[in-house]
Design a protein around this ligand. Structure first.
Ligand code: SF4
Length: 304
């Protein structure tokens, strides 16, 4: 089968010379879009755990020791040698007090078993003091910063209650490139009211500035505004066929150097409502592979 994109696995092997596993950690328990600083209620799709259902909570460097040990245990069935990235995933990982972030990020990157730091955040949560801290970290070890953009379209951004404008993302990208951070942008396929063309426009825009991308299916999770919309018939999730088609189109648009860190996502099963097909990740990935092959055949790629 042809290779259709630059995968995170391949990229990490190039960069670190070995297989690398992410240890999901949590240093923040809210975000400015929930606590009233920017908004309340959060993004309409966000579950109670703030996208970090499997992350190990740590508030200081002694928590970090046990959090890393637990996180390693969680991935142990998959590991066979290799190294680790400390991945601060939940809510907005630069929204905790700066003293806590300094302590945790420093302690994590001082460890020999941690080859890099990855921090998931919002582009409006990168104050000067956070940027200074991230700069110091990036001088020590590779730094990945994940930005939850989801879409470039302001109408959608408003309807999902994202809470910041596109130019905030643009500014964050410029500043992060200046400190040598590797930027991973999150986009969501299947947002309410978004056509395939709109998603492609987002992929095209992001592809020009980001180093990596996470392509994420829109899940409907329990106790969210999106769940109410779903039950009221105001939101219809994508079918597997629609998702695979949209995803392949995005990957075809993205420049080949952009690393694809995610093709679908892992919905937390105990709180997931729809789409039901998303619970079977193996089936989803197989379907995506078949869609790539179908497109190759149509374009006659196997015959050249
Ligand atoms: S997706 Fe991120 S920014 Fe939006 S409510 Fe959840 S934690 Fe906050």
């Amino acid at each position: 089968m042809l290779k259709h994109y630059r995968s995170a696995n391949d990229y990490f092997r190039e960069l670190f010379g070995c297989k690398v596993y992410k240890l999901a950690l949590s240093c923040s328990d809210t975000c400015p879009n929930r606590d009233g600083t920017v908004g309340t209620g959060g993004c309409i799709f966000c579950g109670a755990e703030g996208s970090g259902e499997f992350a190990e909570i740590c508030k200081n460097s002694s928590d970090l020791e046990s959090a890393i040990a637990h996180a390693k245990k969680r991935v142990s069935s998959k590991t066979n040698g290799g190294s680790y990235i400390a991945y601060f995933q939940s809510f907005t990982s630069t929204y905790a007090p700066i003293s806590r972030l300094e302590e945790l990020f420093t302690a994590a990157t001082e460890r020999n078993d941690i080859v890099a730091l990855s921090v998931a955040t919002r582009p409006d949560c990168l104050s000067d003091s956070i940027m200074n801290l991230l700069k110091r970290i990036s001088e020590r070890k590779p730094l990945f910063v994940e930005l939850g953009l989801q879409t470039i379209h302001e109408t959608t951004a408003k309807s999902i209650n994202r809470g910041y404008a596109l130019n905030v993302y643009d500014t964050a990208v410029d500043r992060l490139h200046k400190i040598n951070a590797n930027i991973i942008t999150h986009i969501i396929l299947g947002l309410p009211g978004e056509s395939s063309e709109m998603v492609e426009q987002t992929a095209k825009y992001v592809g020009k500035v980001t180093d990596g991308i996470k392509l994420q299916l829109m899940f409907v999770l329990k106790n969210t505004v999106l769940a109410d919309m779903y039950y009221n018939g105001k939101y219809k999730p994508l079918t597997l066929e629609e998702y695979s088609d949209m995803l392949c189109r995005c990957i075809e648009i993205l420049p080949p150097n952009v690393v694809i860190h995610r093709l679908t996502g892992d919905p937390p099963k105990r709180i997931m409502i729809a789409p039901e097909w998303a619970a079977d990740k193996k089936r989803v990935l197989n379907h995506i592979s078949s869609e790539f092959e179908r497109r190759d055949m149509l374009q006659g790629k196997y015959f050249h």
